[in-house]
Design a protein around this ligand. Structure first.
Ligand SMILES: Cc1cc2nc3c(=O)[nH]c(=O)nc-3n(C[C@H](O)[C@H](O)[C@H](O)COP(=O)(O)OP(=O)(O)OC[C@H]3O[C@@H](n4cnc5c(N)ncnc54)[C@H](O)[C@@H]3O)c2cc1C
Length: 456
């Protein structure tokens, strides 16, 4: 990871997140020379493990993979990163629709009808999503109809009771990190289809997306990947301008570094890709697309205690609530360490509202939420940390790009289609587990193989 003033390569790659580094590795394996230009002083992008105390690390970014994340399992295996299962014993704690705090069994008994309604709607979503072609969602037979309404409007029209509707909102915001009123219904169906079925998206057990964690932290993946291609990564090099022609690209970074290549792969979220200056300018449709793909809003807040006291009380560390700032939580203890670590999610409007508060106020509000669910012991953590992603210059929100109504059908074809020598990667362009690490790997491989194919 040296700091040259100019560099020549076959393929210039913008961004050393998972997608960019996988693209670089794929290009290298094909016998071509990549150079990865990374704006930040580290690799990994939306993956960020932070050591907070001896023996305790927290995932401010990506944390889990699920059973169908085959590329990620393969990658972890290749890199020698071991995995362990998410803790999932005990009951979830609920507080919804004015119910007060209820243990899972109580909640399921009292709200059996509402849960059946929810199940009915999830099955319907699975049926409809099956009609969405993930390579081209705008070609779904009912794309025009589905893309002009929000997911929230569709939910509102399902005749749901308030508790079922609230649960649906919480589950969906937990994935898309924006209120459902901002999400195209077609985009919701696309998201479901890229992941399989709603059960895989929402569940933490039985094949869900959040079943498995990485020993040593998720950052072990980008760290070890970077070690394999270290001579091809340049840090602290924000790409500002991409000059492109049929002959190739000249990429200019802040600080003066210039990289020349035959192709470029832009492996950053569409909204950040739209902030790069292209010379000559890109088509109107591509620019209008990037004007319309804002990243979601999510924060993770971690409390570290001397022990996971909630486990002894029969809780799994998960809460689902429409009362406090956090709508959901997880037990994120590290196996082999005695500390109790609990993670609270702030997503969508919750992240927007509480993310703007001073950290002490945010921490106090979240502490009160934990105390309501898990009792007085929750009031005295040893440590607190949270991570706000919209403040980070090289991410500007998460988990991924949101497609509001009328974007897929009007501009969708410009999302991943190469423009001359410019190719697009990042999880936001994936067709399998888009928004997840799995999608980042898929998109990086897809873009790199397309580049390799296009070069003599
Ligand atoms: C809080 C949070 C929780 C998440 N939880 C999960 C999870 O549990 N499971 C899961 O699978 N996924 C999760 N994700 C999503 C996952 O992190 C992403 O899907 C994945 O890491 C995206 O990788 P990427 O390479 O596509 O993009 P990024 O990680 O965003 O990488 C882009 C890189 O480009 C750099 N960059 C940006 N602009 C420029 C520029 N102009 N010039 C040069 N470099 C630039 C950035 O610094 C960054 O390193 C989570 C994400 C967040 C933020």
């Amino acid at each position: 990871m040296s700091q040259p003033r100019s560099v020549d390569a076959d393929v210039v790659i913008v961004g050393a997140g998972l997608s960019g580094m996988i693209a670089a590795r794929t290009v290298l394996a094909a016998g071509l020379v990549p150079v990865v230009l990374e704006a930040d002083d580290r690799v990994g992008g939306r993956i960020l493990t932070e050591d907070v105390m001896p023996g305790v690390s927290v995932e401010l970014g990506a944390q889990w993979i699920g059973d169908t994340h085959a590329r990620m399992f393969r990658l972890a295996d290749e890199l020698g990163v071991e995995t362990f299962p998410q803790y999932d014993e005990g009951e979830t704690s609920y507080d919804l629709g004015g119910s007060g705090v209820l243990r899972e069994n109580e909640f399921h008994t009292r709200f059996a009808d509402e849960l059946a309604e929810l199940e009915r709607v999830l099955r319907r979503l699975d049926e409809l999503a099956a009609d969405v072609p993930v390579e081209a969602p705008w070609l779904a037979p009912r794309a025009d109809e589905w893309d002009v309404i929000s997911a929230g409007t569709w939910y509102d029209n399902q005749g749901l009771s308030p508790v079922a509707r609230t649960l649906l909102e919480i589950c969906t915001v937990g994935i898309l990190a924006v209120p459902t009123v901002e999400v195209s219904f077609l985009h919701l169906l696309f998201t479901i289809q890229t992941c399989g079925v709603t059960a895989e998206l929402f569940a933490e057990s039985e094949g869900g997306a959040q079943t498995t964690r990485f020993v040593g932290g998720t950052s072990e993946i980008p760290r070890r990947l970077a070690a394999l291609i270290t001579d091809h990564i340049v840090l602290d090099s924000p790409v500002q301008t991409i000059e492109h022609s049929t002959d190739g690209v000249v990429v200019h970074c802040r600080g003066g570094l210039v990289a020349r290549g035959r192709r470029v792969i832009v492996a950053i979220s569409p909204t950040l890709a739209g902030r790069i200056l292209y010379d000559p300018p890109l088509s109107g449709i591509r620019d209008q697309l990037t004007q319309r793909l804002p990243n979601g809003s999510a924060m993770k807040a971690f409390f570290v205690y001397d022990e996971p006291f909630w486990r002894a009380d029969g809780f799994n560390g998960q809460l689902i609530s429409d009362v406090g700032p956090a709508r959901m939580s997880n037990d994120t203890c590290i196996p082999g360490d005695d500390h109790g670590v609990i993670l609270l999610f702030l997503e969508g409007d919750q992240a927007r509202t509480f993310g703007r508060l001073p950290v002490d106020e945010r921490r106090a509000a979240l502490t009160a939420e934990l105390v309501r669910h898990y009792g007085a012991k929750a009031a005295t953590p040893e440590f607190y940390v949270d991570g706000e992603w919209s403040d980070r210059q090289w991410t500007r929100g998460c988990y991924n790009a949101n497609h509001g109504p009328h974007v897929w059908t009007t501009y969708g074809e410009a999302l991943a289609a190469p423009i001359g020598v410019i190719h697009w990667a990042s999880t936001d362009t994936a067709t399998h587990w888009s928004a997840y690490m799995e999608g980042a790997v898929e998109a990086g491989e897809r873009a790199a193989l397309a580049v390799v194919d296009s070069l003599p």
